[in-house]
Design a protein. Structure first.
Length: 453
């Protein structure tokens, strides 16, 4: 506690850091308030059916990522996910289309062009999703709940459709803008923080609901609830190990003397992350698993049959089996495009470095590729296990709302974003010669592979 109080004092002494944190908190406050601003023409007291529809299943996940805005029929109902989808599409295009590959190599100017294209694609995606959301909203509300500007109107007009579509597009763009402002003037990655805040916002309600359900008769009692918390802490610690775990490869640099200076002659280490792909494999796999419910519209899994029902039941065997396999495959795929052993071997050779006992060039590239394959296999299985953990604990009687915090994208985002933000704060402290947030003064962040924005 003394260490924490001293750290808070040190943070307050650094004016720039203090302003950045306050700015971030202000933007987050605006975002949370906006998630309760209901679309015009919708009675907020008649959202019971919509909230029931989003209490579980795939729509429950969408609602969690929006911080409850989806079930509140908020102006931020579609949240930041259209922007994330657009970012993923642009990343995939960067692997296959020369134009985007060229932009990626152009540095800052290329990055600005890619960001602009991503924004345009975000508008296109949310423009397609907004009418679907409104159609689902209308189907879940009584007729008398929709009366734009005139209580006598019992059916939504064309103006209701057009105006709310525009509002949903503007809401997503505003959330995207807030995320970018946090990144520029606040602390941490803004897009990732907005997603994390949306997830955390659901935690208190889920925690108290689970506690009261266990206190009820035949609910398991306090002992069972404590066991649930212990398992949750254990899974969080394992996730931290997954995010931070690395394999260090020794590299010896040859001694060079240029003028009066000596270069090289020392041994360094290349850290290769056990989970170099970060959360992206889960996001890619989740996007594919969302296809059935997207194709059939916002429909509850109970009204579906056959394959559609199997792949919209997030607690079912086939959904989680396919989800597990997809995550393993995408982990190898994303790791392959994130880390290039040939490029690493070439860079080492140019800088006079070599791995002891391994010839430079192709042998070094093969050696690095072999290490990468070995550590990616357990990393991919562990990542997939974390992803299906909510379904596993759900089979043990844990409520769906609380089970979502036991793994999946939500837990990885919470852990990864928290570590990244703490790492930035620690960097400010260390630059001003204050103690870091930990005794060692080192917090490992996620790295670029886990960057959501």
């Amino acid at each position: 506690m003394k260490k924490l109080i001293e750290t808070l004092r040190n943070i307050n002494k650094i004016e720039e850091l203090r302003k950045r944190i306050l700015y971030t908190l202000l933007i987050i406050l605006v975002y949370r308030l906006g998630s309760y601003v209901v679309l015009p023409g919708v009675d907020p007291n008649m959202l019971a059916n919509l909230q029931s529809q989003t209490s579980s299943g795939l729509l429950g996940l969408l609602n969690m990522f929006s911080g409850g805005a989806f079930s509140n029929a908020s102006i931020f109902a579609l949240g930041i996910m259209p922007y994330i989808s657009a970012s993923i599409v642009i990343q995939l295009l960067g692997m296959a289309i020369p134009y985007f590959q060229r932009l990626q190599r152009e540095g800052e100017s290329g990055r600005r062009k890619i960001n602009q294209i991503t924004r345009y694609l975000t508008v296109a995606i949310v423009a397609l999703q907004a009418p679907g959301y409104i159609a689902n909203l209308i189907s879940q509300l009584p007729n008398e709940a929709i009366a734009p500007f005139d209580p006598s109107i019992t059916h939504p007009s064309a103006f209701f459709w057009v105006s709310n579509t525009i509002i949903l597009i503007a809401g997503t763009l505003f959330v995207m803008w807030m995320g970018e402002r946090i990144t520029d003037k606040g602390i941490g990655n803004g897009i990732s923080l907005i997603i994390m805040i949306g997830i955390i916002a659901r935690l208190p309600f889920a925690l108290f609901a689970e506690f009261f359900s266990r206190m009820e008769q035949k609910g398991g009692g306090l002992v069972f609830f404590v066991v649930e918390l212990a398992v949750l802490v254990f899974v969080i610690l394992l996730t931290i190990l997954l995010v931070q775990g690395t394999r260090r490869v020794p590299v010896q640099y040859a001694k060079r003397i240029v003028g009066n200076r000596q270069y090289g002659g020392v041994r360094q280490y290349i850290p290769i992350k056990v989970n170099a792909a970060g959360v992206m494999p889960i996001i890619f796999a989740q996007a594919i698993m969302f296809l059935p419910v997207t194709l059939v519209g916002f429909t509850s899994s109970e009204s579906l049959t056959g394959i559609a029902a199997a792949f919209t039941n997030i607690n079912g065997f086939w959904y989680n089996f396919v989800f597990f396999i997809l995550i393993v495959l995408f982990t190898y795929f994303y790791t392959a495009i994130t880390i290039n052993p040939n490029q690493m071997a070439e860079d080492m050779k140019k800088n006079g470095g070599f791995i002891p006992g391994v010839k430079p060039g192709k042998k070094t590239a093969d050696y690095l590729d072999n290490i990468l394959s070995r550590i990616t296999l357990p990393g991919s299985f562990f990542l997939a296990f974390v992803a299906i953990m909510p379904a596993l604990v759900g089979q043990m009687g844990v409520s769906h709302a609380f089970a979502t915090f036991y793994g999946g994208t939500s837990l990885l985002i919470l852990v990864g974003v928290a570590l990244d933000t703490l790492q930035q704060i620690e960097s400010y402290l260390l630059m001003r010669h204050y103690d870091g947030l930990t005794k060692s003064g080192r917090i490992k962040g996620r790295g670029p592979a886990m960057n959501m924005g």
